[in-house]
Design a protein around this ligand. Structure first.
Ligand code: NAP
Length: 264
């Protein structure tokens, strides 16, 4: 098996990374950073976001595995003391590959179009304070937003920023995107639904800022970027999916319970 490894960069993650590589080579695994079949991350869910963006152009042939150095995560669901068990399973068995939906975002600017593939969420805020934006669903006007920002998440991202905003947790077998508001202002002119909205795969939403000269802060997972001259942003469920290799069952709802509720 050809694999690549990405760690968070802290001392513990680096030590575990060395341990993983030493044990992997004794089992005949080949380290290949350029064209791996499996990408292993050591750190947290944030480390998985970084690995996803490093390898997003090779999603068709890569499966991801995450090892967490702290509590269990949503993408990093092996613990630091389970590395030998994981490597033994990787050497002796075939994983069950599970595929999670992603978000596709197209940003139309004065300089052309740019696209992003998103694992957790796309975030939109204004650099100048309050964000004003028209939201359209399937090319029909839906609402006029005014407030701190908008978060559009994938099902696996629904447990991240979206959940802090009161959005629903969505099972990743549902191919959907979720639009959540950050502190909307509601009055006679600016009126939003108030609750989050979930769109199926065959729907899309456009976000249109009334003033294209406004500087926007765009978030793609853990990355923030500033853009001026944005005419519109279109979000839809991506055609591509991300693959995770499962060597043992760990259901989504158990992960939700472990992360947010604890033992019942
Ligand atoms: P960070 O601010 O260092 O960490 C944010 C936290 O979100 C970490 O505890 C991270 O877990 C956790 N996380 C990431 N993806 C998750 C998911 N799908 N479900 C549940 N928890 C998740 O930032 P970061 O590590 O670069 O991660 C960026 C992510 O932070 C964003 O994609 C967004 O989802 C989240 N975020 C949340 C808020 C909020 O809740 N108010 C605000 C901004 C961003 P680990 O500790 O395992 O890495």
């Amino acid at each position: 098996m050809k694999y690549a490894l990405l760690d968070r960069g802290d001392r513990l993650s680096r030590e575990l990374s060395e341990q993983f590589q030493a044990q992997a080579s004794t089992r005949g695994f080949v380290y290949d950073e350029e064209a791996p079949e499996t990408v292993v991350t050591i750190g947290g869910d944030g480390t998985m976001l970084q690995a996803f963006h490093r390898y997003k152009n090779q999603l068709d042939r890569i499966a991801f595995i995450g090892i967490h150095t702290g509590h269990l995560g949503f993408y990093a669901d092996w613990q630091k003391n389970e590395i030998v068990e994981l490597l033994d399973l990787m050497a002796s068995s075939e994983p069950r590959n599970i595929h999670y939906p992603l978000l596709h975002v197209e940003i139309d600017t004065a300089e052309g179009k740019e696209t992003h593939l998103v694992l957790n969420e796309f975030t939109l805020k204004s650099a100048e304070g309050t964000l004003v934006a028209a939201i359209q669903i399937n090319d029909e006007p839906f609402e006029m937003f005014r407030g701190d920002g908008i978060v559009i998440s994938t099902p696996t991202g629904s447990t991240g920023y979206n959940k802090s905003l009161g959005g629903a947790v969505i099972h990743p077998s549902l191919e959907a995107l979720q639009i959540a508001e950050i502190a909307s202002i509601n009055n006679r002119v600016y009126r939003t639904l108030g609750s989050s909205v979930i769109l199926p795969k065959h729907h899309h939403c456009d976000i249109v800022p009334p003033d294209p000269e406004e500087e926007l802060i765009i978030g793609v997972d853990h990355m923030l970027m500033a853009r001026v001259g944005v005419r519109s942003m279109t979000c839809r469920v991506a055609e591509k999916k991300v693959t995770f290799a499962r060597y043992r069952p760990f259901t989504f709802w158990n992960r939700v319970r472990e992360a947010f509720i604890g033992s019942v």
